[in-house]
Design a protein. Structure first.
Length: 340
């Protein structure tokens, strides 16, 4: 009855949505059912490229006696016959140019093979389920992501401001996104200029990723990777949050911002309207002027208060405990199909 969890993404020092999912499931599933779940972590040096070899060769040997192998971060050993894999989106298939060529080729071949050969596929939104149905021809169960209790309006922004060199008095608008093409940070240039005229900074937390094509933003101040401990305070201290992405499978930073009581502006694209519902303002991600106007609107006191209340209510529906239980139910179904 053992289910082995692939912990490779959980040991990466970066912390994007995929890594957050991996960390949370690696912690919460064994806590939920310690008799069922065991996590296999590679050595830290195998978290990235060299780790593909560990994942495709060592991990399936570790999983020989397991009923199932759960891959929480888009990947799993392709030759293993009993995978359950969480595929967060199909961006690499939808637009390979957003990625480094070698990465796009590798994942363009591997992702469809994994999805079609898996016992079950899980994804994070109805949008991503439609993408996988269209581009890969598989049906995926939907389990949305969550936000943990540290993300709250009471989170202290002081340590984050001090650690990241932010003026203790100057207001800022925040985006949390890696410096990659599909995050569309260059579209924030107009907003950054207008906010600067009002004495407000526009700052970007996230840094670069080697597997993606870089897209250095001309407007936001780049804070680089931000330690996880500082993220709740960074969100809570922001006057507004903006995510102008061209493509998101879910948009976890929007929910984290909402949980911290921060008004949210999101691109009217991909999964973001599904994730944010009525609790955000939206703008065309291809229209920098529209994004700037939406950010300015979110700073209006009455609008900000409406978004804050709606966002707190929206975020309350997304918890990692709920996500872990949703994944566990799908694992239970897959085990039943195996006769366990």
């Amino acid at each position: 009855m053992t289910v082995l969890i692939d912990g490779r993404a959980a040991v990466r020092p970066e912390l994007g949505g995929v890594e957050r999912w991996a960390r949370e499931l690696c912690a919460r599933l064994p806590a939920l059912r310690p008799e069922r779940y065991v996590v296999a972590f590679p050595p830290p040096g195998l978290a990235h490229r060299l780790g593909h070899g560990w994942e495709q060769t060592v991990l399936p040997l570790r999983a020989r006696s397991a009923a199932l192998l759960l891959g929480p971060a888009n990947l799993a050993p392709v030759a293993f016959p009993r995978n359950v894999v969480v595929i967060h989106d199909a961006a690499v298939l939808r637009e390979p140019s957003w990625y480094a060529p070698a990465y796009a080729r590798w994942h363009g071949v591997l992702l469809p093979r994994l999805a079609r050969g898996a016992r079950r596929v899980i994804t994070v939104s109805e949008f991503s389920a439609r993408e996988l149905r269209e581009l890969v021809g598989v049906e995926a169960a939907v389990v949305p992501g969550g936000v943990d209790e540290r993300f709250t309006p009471a989170a202290d922004p002081g340590p984050a401001r001090a650690a990241l060199g932010l003026d203790l008095e100057r207001p800022y608008v925040l985006t949390v996104a890696s410096r990659i093409a599909r995050k569309n940070l260059a579209a924030l240039g107009v907003a950054a200029a207008r906010l600067a005229e009002r004495g407000i900074d526009l700052v970007a937390a996230g840094g670069a990723r080697p597997q993606f094509r870089d897209a250095a933003p001309p407007g936001p101040r780049d804070l680089g990777p931000v330690p996880d401990a500082h993220l709740p305070g960074l969100y809570a201290g922001a006057s507004a949050f903006v995510l102008p992405s061209l493509y998101e499978g879910f948009g976890l930073p929007c929910i984290e911002a909402m949980a911290c009581g921060t008004p949210v502006v999101a691109a009217d694209a991909a999964a973001l309207p599904e994730t944010c519902g009525e609790a955000a303002l939206y703008a065309d991600p291809h229209d920098p002027e529209a994004i700037a106007r939406a950010v300015e609107a979110a700073l209006d006191p009455a609008t900000a208060e409406r978004l804050r209340a709606a966002g707190l209510a929206r975020a309350a529906a997304f918890t990692w405990d709920r996500a872990a239980r949703g994944v566990d139910r799908i694992i239970e179904e897959a085990l039943g199909q195996l006769g366990h």
